[in-house]
Design a protein around this ligand. Sequence first.
Ligand SMILES: [Zn+2]
Length: 302
Amino acid sequence: MKRLLVFTVFLLALAGAARAAEYAVPVKVSQGHAFPVSVTDAAPFDAVFLWRGERFRVTAERAGDATWKAELLLAMPLDATGRHTLSLSVNGEKRNFAIAAASVPWPQSVLKVAPKYVEPPKDVQERIARDVQRSRNALASRTEKRWSLPLQRPVPGGVTSPFGGRRVFNGKPRAPHKGTDMRSPEGADVLAVADGTVLLAEPQYFGGNTVYLDHGQGVISTYAHLSAFDVTPGQSVRKGERIGRSGSTGRVTGPHLHLGFLVQGVAVDAMPLFSDPPSLVGGPTRSIFDTKPKDGTSRSSR
Ligand SMILES: [Zn+2]
């Protein structure tokens, strides 16, 4: 009898050991999209993720009965092509996953703004350089995970200019749009897309009054052109909490919210992260909240 019991315990132990870690890694992701990757196992573990030259150690969190999960959000850059390798080490065992970048037909938009925002005068170039440096420092933040999907919609309005669009300001081609413009009247509430900590809340030359929120693991959301701030740097905010009011400060054609979303310094489209589960292939995404397109001219303006 005792022998049988020992044997049964041994079998159970074997069954436990045989249950290998489970990996959730997509095979294909569109350019400019963020994507979650995770490992789950029956016991606590540490996972090391290596993606595009950056290494992350993530301690698995309890995710249910005898289930531990290590999760990370990663980015496929706007200009990525071909296949990329995600290396994952769990308990010293390493596995490689190939992730293919799907290309996206980014649109082009032609905009007219005040000339000082296209050819900034000499006296503001120092200020722009300072803004760039402060943004860069903020984006280098790597803290514990606080993000969660799906993201909270920051304003109810539709998308007026999608992420990734190539832009021509006053006839001069400029960098692709590294965020999403959402319709929002002057003074409307702007909500945090996820739990986080305020990194910056300050006026910038192009962004106007801008807030940066740190959601951990290098996941950062930015809110530009605000008319007012409701938060200060260092403050902790919850998903859905008001962080400011929309407005028309900085380089704008009218009041709206410019929502930026950066994953380890790489700008991605936030829109696919508002749906549950997030859409990883497709875009540019404007349909989720979009109101009906206007009649007439839009068809001939392509
Ligand atoms: Zn914008």
